[in-house]
Each structure stands twice: as C-alpha cells, then as structure tokens.
Design a protein around this ligand. Structure first.
Ligand code: SOE
Length: 374
C-alpha cells in the first residue's frame, strides 16, 4: 500500500501531536499550513517536511495530499474542513468540530454526502481499559445502569495572568470549559455506557472575572500577561443529564482546579457492579462488586476484551497514555481510508452529536431550565 500523503493545518501544540501520530502511522507528511507563511516555513523546516503551503487552498490543490488534518483554533474548523472535503480530501478535524451547531451539522452532512472519511479526535476512547469497560457493559456485566457520574478537571487557567485563544468566544466558541473538555467526557460516557443523554440541566460560572490580555501560545504556556480584561467564557460548569433509559448522570468540569491537570474521571454504576476510570491513571480500570469485593483490571495485551488487547501496544507495567491514544486514533482513521471499519472510530457524526449536546447545555445554562437534547 503506498503511503498516504497528508497536510497539517495548524502548527500549535495539537498540530505537533498530529504530526507525530501521522509519522508513526506511516503517513508521508507533505506539508503544513501555519497562521502565516513565515510560521509555516519555520515549522516545515523544524519537522523536515517538503512544503510550507501559503494557505489551505494551496494545500488541497497538492495532488499528493489525500488527507488534511485540521488543527487550527476552533473558529476556523468549519472553513478548513469544508475546503478539504470539497476538494475530495479525507479529513481529521479537531474538536469541537465547529463553534456552532449549524456549522457542525453542515460539516457532518457534507462529509456523509462525499463518502470521504471524516473523523474527530475524541481520543480518550482509545485508552485500552476504556474499551474494556465498554465491552463489559455491552456484555451485561454491570446489569442495567443506575447512575453515571464524574468530572473533567484542569488547572492551566487558574492563574488570572493566564490566557489563551480558547478564552475568547470569537475564536473558541460561546462555551469554553464545557465545549473544550466537557465534550470529551460526554462523548466518552455515552460511548462506553451505551446510553444517550436526552435532557440536561446545566449551570456555568466565570470565577476569574479578568485575565491578562496577552494570549499564551498554547495550553502548555498560557501565561501572557498584559493589562487585565473582562472574561466572558465560563471557567467551571456543572451539568445533570438524563439518558433515554432514565439513568441520571452528573458532570463537573473546570479549568481552574489546582493540582488537577487532565483529570477526566468517570464512574458507571450498574445493578451488579460498577466501573471507574481516571485518565491520569489510565493503566487501570476499577471494578466494584457488592460483598466487599473490588477488582483492578490492568491494561495489557494478554487478557480482556479483543479491543483492549488490540490497543495495548506495550506490555503491562510499561505505561501507555494520551500519546498512544492519539496514535491509535490516527492509525484507525488511515485504516478506514484504506477500506477497513475499525471499531469505535469517532466521526463527524460524533462531532455533530457533541455540538448538539454543547448547544443544549448552553441553552440550559442560559434559561436555567431543563432542556431537551435533540
Ligand atoms: C485544552 O484544554 C485541551 O488541550 C483540550 O483542548 C483537549 O481536547 C484536551 O484533551 C486536553 O486539554
């Protein structure tokens, strides 16, 4: 099979993660598009790729490019992904798929009409023990679900000096913390638990009223400083969901919780047993049983469900993590392009589903009322 030619649009922290995953999946990285031609040239040299494209149009007119990775700030996702799809390119577009529900739905419809592969990196699906939890729930090990609960907590915006494009609704979208990380939790829990949310009651709070005006480059270096200016996007959010089967789910999200970095945590409690997963300790799945029995399933290729074993690249005890999830996701996207149907590949349809949940969460927070989700 000849190597897939790819172009990466966006050269920040997440662009570099895509670049690494693409190389490991055997792609031929043809070139990059940056926020300016100078930035593209600088990164093309750093990554040792042949082309620094002037813009997305130049990238999609390169016949050697079959796949475009969209890694820009959120407000550009719609235009970039649409240009790539209309040029007949497969697309991996960062989440959130778009900053409005209408744009996300339009992209999903366009992708479906072209038949091209179009995926969204809800990469926490690729933790092997997450697949183990999903398999156990699907085969009835937990029994009917009683309760879903959890949180996604970060602290990179705790310091009021910290700022980032995600804080500005014109670049990041109306919702910040919920769309940025609550979206991951909702995707994961719906996919693992097999039940979809149908109603939500949510509340948002901006606890840091003003931030330094200078925008940090990425979430690994958010402190820019400068004069203080008012913040209009939320730092924390709480949401109560009800699934179609009537199960209650509660979620707390924050980017200002000291000492929490990427603590995505969920627990799903069923009639027979419970499972819990912590993204910061992703080698283990906790399984709780009645009668004082607890179990820990450890990631590895030697036991567990077929998908857990498939994604367990290293022996148990040699930790995998976020990077390996990303690599597995990108490799599965490329497999789909080659005609395979990998299990659990998050597509633009999942991106549009996520945009719907975010839209309804915002509506509920504004109206202070229970709100139906589609
Ligand atoms: C920043 O909050 C961020 O990089 C998100 O945008 C990612 O989706 C999440 O995985 C980690 O945090």
């Amino acid at each position: 099979m000849p190597k897939l030619g790819i172009a990466i649009v966006g050269t920040g922290m997440i662009g570099a993660v895509h670049h690494r995953a693409a190389l490991l999946a055997g792609a031929d990285v043809r070139g990059v598009v940056g926020s300016s031609p100078q930035r593209a040239a600088e990164i093309a040299q750093k990554w040792n790729v042949p082309r620094a494209y002037r813009d997305i149009e130049e990238a999609v007119s390169d016949p050697q490019v079959q796949v475009v990775h969209v890694c820009t700030p959120n407000h550009l996702h719609r235009a970039m992904a649409q240009t790539a799809l209309e040029a007949g390119k497969h697309v991996i577009c960062e989440k959130p798929l778009a900053t409005t529900l209408e744009d996300a739905q339009a992209l999903a419809a366009l992708a479906a009409s072209t038949g091209l592969i179009a995926t969204v990196p809800f990469v926490y699906r690729y933790h092997p023990v997450v697949r183990e939890a999903r398999a156990r729930i699907a085969q009835g090990d937990l029994g009917p679900l009683h309760l879903i609960h959890g949180s996604y907590l970060q602290d990179w915006l705790l310091d009021p000096v910290s700022n980032n494009w995600r804080v500005d609704p014109t670049l990041g979208g109306t919702s910040r913390v919920f769309a940025d990380i609550g979206s991951h939790w909702c995707d994961l829990v719906e996919w693992v638990g097999g039940e979809r949310f149908v109603d939500v009651s949510a509340a948002f709070a901006t606890v840091i009223a003003e931030r330094g005006a200078v925008t940090g480059q990425s979430f690994t270096s958010p402190a820019g400083g400068g004069a203080m200016q008012a913040v209009t996007s939320e730092d924390v959010a709480a949401a109560l969901f009800k699934t179609g089967a009537g199960t209650l789910a509660s979620l707390t999200v924050s980017q200002v919780s000291a000492g929490r970095h990427n603590r995505l945590w969920f627990e799903i409690d069923g009639a027979k047993s419970s499972v819990a997963f912590n993204q910061e300790d992703a080698e283990r799945l906790w399984i709780g049983h009645p009668d004082q029995r607890e179990e820990t399933f450890v990631r590895g290729p030697g036991a567990g469900s077929a998908e857990q074993r498939r994604l367990a690249v290293f022996p148990p005890g040699h930790a995998q993590g976020y990077g390996t999830c990303f690599e597995s996701f990108v490799a599965d996207t490329y497999r789909a392009i080659e005609g395979e149907r990998p299990d659990g590949l998050p597509t633009f349809e999942d991106g549009a589903r996520s945009a719907l949940i975010v839209d309804r969460v915002i509506a509920s927070a504004r109206s202070r009322a229970w709100t139906a989700i589609g």
